[in-house]
Design a protein around this ligand. Structure first.
Ligand SMILES: NC(=O)c1ccc[n+]([C@@H]2O[C@H](COP(=O)([O-])OP(=O)(O)OC[C@H]3O[C@@H](n4cnc5c(N)ncnc54)[C@H](O)[C@@H]3O)[C@@H](O)[C@H]2O)c1
Ligand SMILES: N[C@@H](CCO)C(=O)O
Ligand code: NA
Length: 428
């Protein structure tokens, strides 16, 4: 790129997000040029199959199956193909060749972000990834830049649109999980392989990225405790409603005494909490910082056009840097906090157990909790069929390890016929 020339943009991938990125680059070219200070020239779109049917907005003359060659012709490389390889090698080649890069690929950043951050730092180029976490919602930049002078203590939120959509459809329309996942796929929310959504891998990758930024500490997806939504039953959803809760897949990253814990799991959220009203594929994230207090970020967390908005925001920013000089922030991992296992998390459980309905049973159950130092907040008893009763126990905050050990011992208690469900309670 010469000083007055266009900024050459290469697009890698032309699926749900890529098509919308191409649309914005092609249809808003004049306005984008004014914002950047130079035209953004889309020089090519790398695809797997150049002959495949495409949205008419995609200029077929731009399509190429030679992604490596395309990367060499660009000042800014936008990666929206997903997956680990060849995305990783292509981004590294782009960076080493002096291009700035924008990616929506949380799976790659969650697994191997530090390699890319280090390469971008060495090459003196930008690596931006707003679309990788919570789609359209400005979240990466506020955490990385706006809160750079504060100390974040907790990040808590809904960061996967597909699972939120699925749980919402189960709760409000009684849909089965599979049927709701198919709808999420049709709407462009789900990953190419939707098990990444329902098993919590996508949310775990986002939690790792957010935790790294929030705590200035390297957190990989392997450090994140992960439970997806496959074990959430219609009965859990119905019971949650009865007790004034909704089931949400939450990502939680928080400071504990001398480190951090990062976890993704379904949890009960009281209906009065703002996270409970997050419907469909929307995302919402609370960030708590020492001076700022509580901040809430809300918006569309998935879908082609919303995600493309975040991608374009990054493209404009990195292109401006190329036109005007300067560069965005680099990875900050100076705090190097210990990432503890979920056992060290402080949380609350709701446990539903089916027990013999006879004198002394409640006391035996309560003693198991007490034996692990877990304090009970409420107990509700409902008559089940025959000579059995269902107890619903909600605890006060305790160490996750103590809560988990309590559940193991409960299952072994002779008066307990079955542990029917165990869910963490957050946001109360
Ligand atoms: N869809 C969303 O709501 C959303 C939101 C945020 C982030 N993302 C991320 O954006 C990326 C793209 O997601 P998507 O929903 O557009 O996926 P998609 O499956 O619709 O599109 C990916 C496209 O890349 C192409 N591709 C894959 N490997 C390729 C290769 N080697 N060479 C050329 N083309 C290749 C595929 O053929 C496909 O057309 C992923 O990293 C995803 O995690 C998606
Ligand atoms: N599959 C992801 C896309 C957005 O990152 C989701 O459902 O949230
Ligand atoms: Na975002």
């Amino acid at each position: 790129m010469d000083a007055s020339g266009p900024v050459r943009v290469a697009l890698l991938g032309c699926g749900v997000v890529g098509t919308e990125v191409a649309r914005l680059l092609l249809t808003d070219a004049t306005e984008l040029a004014a914002r950047v200070g130079a035209p953004l020239e889309l020089v090519g779109i790398a695809v797997r199959d150049v002959a495949a049917p495409r949205d008419p907005v995609v200029d077929r003359a731009l399509l190429t199956s030679d992604a490596e060659g395309l990367v060499r012709r660009a000042d800014v490389v936008v990666e929206v193909m997903g997956g680990i390889e060849p995305a990783r090698s292509l981004l590294l080649a782009a960076i080493e060749g002096g291009a700035s890069v924008v990616t929506a690929n949380k799976a790659l950043l969650g697994q191997d972000g530090p390699t890319l951050y280090a390469a971008a730092d060495d090459a003196g180029v930008d690596l931006y990834f707003e679309a990788a976490v919570a789609g359209a919602i400005p979240l990466v930049r506020p955490v990385r830049e706006s809160l750079a002078g504060d100390r974040v203590t907790r990040v808590l939120g809904i960061v996967n649109g597909t699972t939120n959509f699925v749980l919402d459809r189960m709760a409000t329309d009684g849909l089965e999980l599979d049927q709701a996942v198919k709808e999420a796929q049709a709407l462009g929310y789900a990953e190419a392989d939707p098990t990444a959504d329902v098993e919590g891998h996508d949310a775990a990758a986002k939690a790792a990225i957010l935790a790294s930024l929030a705590f200035h500490t390297r957190v990989s997806v392997d450090d994140v405790h992960r439970e997806g939504i496959l074990a959430v039953t219609a009965q859990d959803v119905a019971l949650a409603a009865e007790t004034g809760h909704v089931v949400k897949l939450l990502a939680v990253a928080e400071r504990v005494a001398d480190g951090v814990v990062v976890r993704v799991h379904p949890a009960l959220v009281p209906t009065g909490h703002p996270l409970a009203s997050v419907r469909g594929a929307f995302n919402a994230v609370f960030v708590e910082a020492e001076s700022a207090g509580e901040l809430m970020f809300y918006g569309r967390g998935a879908g082609g056009a919303p995600t493309a908005s975040a991608v374009l925001g990054d493209v404009v920013t990195v292109a401006r840097h190329r036109v005007l000089g300067g560069k965005g922030p680099v990875e900050s991992s100076h705090a190097a906090l210990t990432v503890h296992p979920v056992a060290e998390a402080l949380t609350r459980y709701q446990v539903q157990v089916r027990v013999d309905d006879r004198p002394g049973v409640l006391a035996q159950v309560a003693s198991v909790f007490a034996g692990h130092g877990v304090s009970i907040e409420t107990v509700r008893q409902a008559r089940a069929d025959g000579d059995q009763a269902d107890l619903l126990v909600v605890t006060h905050t305790a160490r996750d390890a103590d809560l988990a050990a309590t559940v193991v011992d409960l299952a072994e208690l002779p008066v307990v016929r079955a542990v029917l469900s165990v869910l963490r309670v957050e946001g109360a």
